[in-house]
Design a protein around this ligand. Sequence first.
Ligand code: NAD
Ligand code: ZN
Length: 336
Amino acid sequence: MQVKKVHFSRQATAFYFDTAFAQLKKIVPQKTAVLITDEHLAAAHPKLFKGWNTVVLKAGEEYKVQATVDSIIQQLIALHADRTWTLVGVGGGVVTDMTGYVASIFLRGISFGFVPTTVLAMVDAAVGGKNGIDVGLYKNMVGTINQPQFLLYDVSLLKSLPENEWRNGFAEIIKHAAILDASMFKELQKQKLSFFQKNKPALHKLVQRNAALKAKMVKEDEFEKDKRRLLNFGHTMGHAVEKQYELMHGEAVAIGMVFASKLSAEMLRFKDADKLITLIDQYGLPTSAGYNKQKVFDIMISDKKREGEQMNFILLERLGKAVVKKIPLKEIYKHI
Ligand SMILES: NC(=O)c1ccc[n+]([C@@H]2O[C@H](COP(=O)([O-])OP(=O)(O)OC[C@H]3O[C@@H](n4cnc5c(N)ncnc54)[C@H](O)[C@@H]3O)[C@@H](O)[C@H]2O)c1
Ligand SMILES: [Zn+2]
């Protein structure tokens, strides 16, 4: 069990890297903890939950809503949970986002931790303290920024993860490499997804490196005034195509990164767009999609990052170095 503490502004998070799930008992007392998970995990890993108070949610983004929050709270009341209890989200980003939110509001806030079980949650969703729920069509409309007390990383839980969810998580890993870490980019170039799926130490190292990268960005800018925005690389265009074409988030981000890298080539003479596009393809992610230019543009400019006739866009100066640039809307339109 190796633990790394990261101090955020109001709370420190203990990262238990490379730690078997069975160690959870040593981190939180079983009697006063509630594991929150979803039906896919409960079915794939039934033994994990033996001996723990458990709340099992329906799986899927459509359940990341207030009605589910209410039902979790009802179940906590039925368990006689009080302020001294701890909630532990065991699942993907949907479970961890909701667990963090419920823990932040139940009895005005109780402690919580996560055991992320998707690549995406391990390297992204479970790190950084943003949690919340969707309202109607609006994603993450309601929530809090509140850091978990701990994260436990057990990559063996990924054995049951569906193939498309692996690719989804690797889109964020490629994003981290492109914006922050040129040497990780080179390492990814030498491998492909199946290597990491079969090689547990390499997978663990990669996951840990990415979780640490995200934690560092968040620590430097917890309330997203500046550097944390770089993590939105590929996401402005990504969200616009994701909404319309029912793509998985990672696929949409992949297409968004291709767009942003071409725009970077045009605006900042970024030289390695081809390398990024090749890497995205190497990890089984799409590099293009048929979409309606006008529709995508209209959604993009309704984004929060717009300022009048310009828009803040995350571009690459080089691999491993992203910057925020104001881009005229007509330039963006031209390149879609
Ligand atoms: N808080 C943040 O900073 C942040 C950042 C990025 C994404 N998110 C949120 O994360 C969510 C997406 O997360 P996700 O991609 O992990 O989705 P998810 O939680 O829906 O998990 C994806 C699917 O995989 C299943 N699953 C999870 N772990 C499994 C395992 N080990 N074996 C088998 N099946 C498993 C789930 O049941 C689900 O069907 C979105 O709601 C998004 O808004 C939050
Ligand atoms: Zn993302």
